[in-house]
Write a protein that binds this ligand. Sequence first.
Ligand SMILES: [Zn+2]
Length: 84
Amino acid sequence: MRHARRNPYTERGIARVPCIKCGAPSKHQWRICSTDAWTAVCRPCDEAINAIIAEWAFGAPEANRLLAKYRRQFPEDQGPDNPT
Ligand SMILES: [Zn+2]
């Protein structure tokens, strides 16, 4: 795997890693047990994963509540990561 990584990315490091799904700069990371690696994803793809997993785990009403909370916590219009 091209982006296999055993340790989590740092907050600064992750922005330099392309999203595994769409190639955009990453914002979040998931540890997928079947790959035994940390996998970087961009903000929109992270929301998509959260939506799928939250509904799978908690059902649609709770998933909707959790996704609304997620969007408040991680607004999409944050613009590009500042390259400090
Ligand atoms: Zn993405």
